[in-house]
Design a protein around this ligand. Structure first.
Ligand code: NAP
Length: 430
């Protein structure tokens, strides 16, 4: 993973980059230098002769080149954020650190350097103010970490960056993962020097090796690696071992331990509204999520029946976790006698309004938990509510598996309210 410094001219990208690269034993790549080499001209010459558009084209070519590199420190040009494809590429294998400073500080640091043509204003100050106002939201959106460099030496800033504890989600795809905003909001709320990024990976063996090399503190693991990556870990927590799948890695000085927080998340979500002791539960599903939930439920004193479209998978799962019974969906009428119904299938995810359990079997004593979280209120949950029962939203499982990960990564209790409101916002509101 590269460390990519972004920010305005004068924010200290090169000075900080030099010290950081030395501290970490990495190569420093200065993007502006590569552009100069590519064009065979200095930047003012490129801009006066061919315009800023030509400069930006060259910059995009350079971005493509540098993102093929690994374990470097990259000092970008101030305008790299203007192109969103640049940011997407840099983020694929990079931690983006935004170095901020006030206009006065930036102008002080640049000093009398008149070599760079003005972009927007008539004076250096006006140019800086207009450009900064335009780019601020772009830097903000791109940044994984923000560091105010005002009044700090490059040495101090580099030290802060080197000390950041990095966590990430790996999988394929990961671009739309909700984990980065949830975890980052929690770090910010507690003032922890942590950052959480999304790294798409097509080579899980290399990704796990990189976790050790880069000293990542914690990793969330998602599809398709929850089972296949187990073999690369040093230790596996008993729950994850029993399930045969994991979603979390904690790195203790190079020793990687795998955990599964999906089941814990589901139990916590349910226990917010109902006691589980002695309850009759119908769990529908035969995939990875159903397995994690079933194993967690059997750690409680519950009476568990597993139903699945493919009945043989339900039976396999029931044998694995020691459930009381298993069958195909022909037995869905069992819901009428149950205390709790859990949907752990994909049914309900689409807007077609499908539901796993016909309304006639829902009743007022029933708690219904649909782990599908998009849409927030599936048809199953809507009908359960209308039938007078308790409902548990799928996002609650996502939330609680993340709070369990947060605690494993940081050792601090998770700030639940912050994480919940961030998740709800990321899902599109109320
Ligand atoms: P999976 O391994 O692919 O399993 C899919 C399950 O859905 C299987 O049981 C499958 O039955 C069933 N299914 C698919 N289409 C069906 C249909 N038309 N009718 C009846 N059953 C059908 O997926 P997974 O990883 O377990 O995830 C399942 C769901 O849980 C997904 O929607 C996922 O987004 C959600 N999830 C939510 C959370 C959370 O935190 N809230 C966490 C993990 C997963 P067969 O075995 O017969 O194919």
């Amino acid at each position: 993973m590269n460390i990519v410094l972004i920010g305005m001219r004068g924010s200290g990208k090169t000075a900080v980059g030099r010290i950081l690269a030395q501290k970490l034993g990495r190569e420093l790549i200065e993007m502006d230098e590569l552009i100069v080499q590519k064009a065979g001209k200095r930047i003012p010459e490129i801009v006066t002769k061919h315009g800023w558009d030509k400069f930006r084209d060259l910059e995009e070519e350079v971005v493509v080149g540098v993102t093929k590199r690994d374990n470097t420190v990259i000092a970008t040009g101030g305008g790299v954020v203007v192109s969103s494809p640049n940011i997407t590429k840099l983020k694929q294998n990079g931690l983006l650190v935004w170095l901020t400073a006030s206009v006065d500080t930036l102008l002080n640091r640049i000093g009398d350097d008149e070599s760079r043509p003005l972009l927007k204003g008539k004076t250096r100050r006006e140019d800086m103010e207009i450009t900064l106002a335009e780019r601020q939201p772009l830097y903000q959106k791109a940044a994984d970490i923000t560091i105010d460099t005002g009044g700090k030496t490059p040495e101090v800033v580099a030290k802060t960056i080197a000390a950041v504890k990095i966590c990430c989600i790996i999988g394929d795809p990961v671009e739309h993962s909700l984990s980065p905003p949830i975890h980052n909001a929690a770090y910010k709320a507690l003032g922890l020097n942590y950052a959480y990024i999304a790294l798409r990976t097509s080579d899980i063996e290399k990704a796990i090796a990189d976790i050790r090399t880069n000293g990542f503190r914690g990793v969330s693991v998602t599809t398709p690696y929850k089972v296949s990556a187990l073999k690369y870990l040093d230790r596996i927590d008993p729950t994850a071992r029993k399930i045969g799948a994991f979603n979390t890695i904690v790195n203790d000085n190079g020793v990687l331990t795998g955990y599964n927080t999906d089941g814990i998340g589901a139990i916590k979500a349910l226990e917010e509204v109902t006691d589980l002791d002695g309850k009759k539960i119908v769990l529908v599903g035969g995939g990875g999520a159903a397995l994690a939930i079933a194993a967690a439920l059997k750690g409680k004193n519950t009476n568990l029946v597993i139903l699945n479209r493919t009945g043989s998978k339900a039976k396999e799962l029931a044998t694995k976790v020691g459930a009381e019974d298993a069958a195909s969906l022909d037995k869905i009428s069992l819901v009428a006698e149950a205390d709790i119904l859990i949907n752990a299938t994909t049914v309900g995810m689409t807007k077609t309004g499908e539901t796993i359990a016909p309304r006639e079997f829902l009743h007022p004593r029933l708690t219904v938990f649909d782990i599908v979280y998009n849409p927030k209120e599936t048809r199953l949950l809507q009908e359960a509510r209308e039938s007078g029962g308790n409902i548990v939203y799928g996002y609650k499982m996502l939330l609680h598996q993340a709070t369990a990960q947060f605690q494993l990564f940081t050792g601090h209790p998770a700030p639940l309210e912050v994480m919940e409101s961030t998740l709800i916002k990321a899902l599109g509101g109320g």
